[in-house]
Design a protein around this ligand. Structure first.
Ligand SMILES: [Zn+2]
Ligand SMILES: [Zn+2]
Length: 307
């Protein structure tokens, strides 16, 4: 188990929680006297949103993702401040206090994150004027099967990881680092600094990788909601300084902020690397470390730009 630790640090359990919730819902459905918990949830959303496609593809999509970001982000900060639950600090992996508490950083982060989110909102309103449902999401009355949902989530995650990895790695090249420097102002970040970055980085690195897979595969709207929820929660925790999800350790990304190494390659790549190395944990973790820039720290140091 001990030598699995470097591998488990890259596993995101949000999808495991989806699987657990699905099987719990199978047992729950007959107790509640309904056919499917997921279908009832989707029916309720459809009753609230009505038939106007704009409400789904522009208004609900943006308001939902912005709300999730701020509700979870601020909840983590409040839990830290008021120590709720009492043992909250035992999950801490941060080695020094976050700079969010210094000066007017709360104001600065809120202003710039909201600017990025509202700009994305405005762009989606504009695109929707020319192309309704530009992401091509299915908004049918029936929810897709669990197998189809998980298949789409995995494909979208693989694409998101790959695109994010190469976009992020490019932003660390000395020619482009000025676009990314803002995000690295925090060497000890807090949850709500996850989207604290320039506008170009937000659109290219954060948004493009999370929508392209859904567009290519024409996934169902409910799959998109699950996918965005998992991405937002994971990225908030990655910046929080607390190991709240188990397995998937924010240590990996915290290390990126303090040392400018560790470029993020997670679940899907982990599985591929693991299979390629025929389940040899040592080789697999060594290869992952190379990709993430932690194995050859000395050579990476030579390449890294001045922060
Ligand atoms: Zn970076
Ligand atoms: Zn970051």
């Amino acid at each position: 188990m001990q030598n699995l630790k470097p591998i488990l640090a890259y596993v995101n359990p949000v999808y495991c929680y989806y699987v657990i919730f699905y099987y719990v819902s199978i047992f729950l459905a007959p107790v509640l006297g309904i056919e499917s918990v997921w279908q009832v949830c989707w029916n309720t959303i459809r009753e609230c949103l009505g038939d106007d496609i704009d409400v789904y593809t522009v208004w609900f999509m943006n308001i939902y993702t912005i709300a999730i970001y701020w509700i979870f982000g601020l909840a983590i900060i409040a839990m830290e401040k008021f120590e709720i639950p009492k043992n909250f600090k035992s999950y801490q992996i941060r080695t020094k206090p976050s700079e969010i508490e210094q000066g007017d950083n709360y104001y600065k982060v809120t202003r710039d994150v909201l600017r990025n989110q509202l700009l994305a909102f405005a762009v989606s309103v504009l695109i929707n004027k020319f192309d309704k449902n530009s992401l091509g999401l299915k908004i049918t009355p029936e929810v897709p099967s669990f197998y189809i949902t998980m298949r789409d989530l995995m494909i979208c995650l693989l694409l998101q990881e790959t695109l994010f990895y190469y976009c992020h790695r490019t932003l660390h090249h000395r020619k482009f680092y000025w676009l990314h420097k803002k995000h690295h102002e925090f060497t000890s970040p807090a949850s709500i600094t996850a989207e604290y970055c320039g506008v170009t980085e937000h659109f290219v690195c954060n948004l493009f990788p999370v929508v392209i897979g859904l567009k290519i595969f024409g996934s169902h709207y409910t799959t998109a909601l699950l996918f965005w929820t998992s991405i937002i929660i994971t990225t908030l925790i990655d910046h929080s300084g607390y190991n709240l999800l188990h397995f998937h350790s924010p240590e990996v990304h915290m290390h990126h902020h303090t040392k400018l190494v560790n470029y993020f390659l997670f679940e899907c790549h982990l599985m591929l690397v693991y299979i390629i190395y025929r389940f040899n944990v040592n080789y697999a973790s060594k290869f992952l470390s190379q990709l993430n820039g932690t194995y050859y720290e000395e050579s990476v140091k030579k390449e890294k730009v001045d922060s």
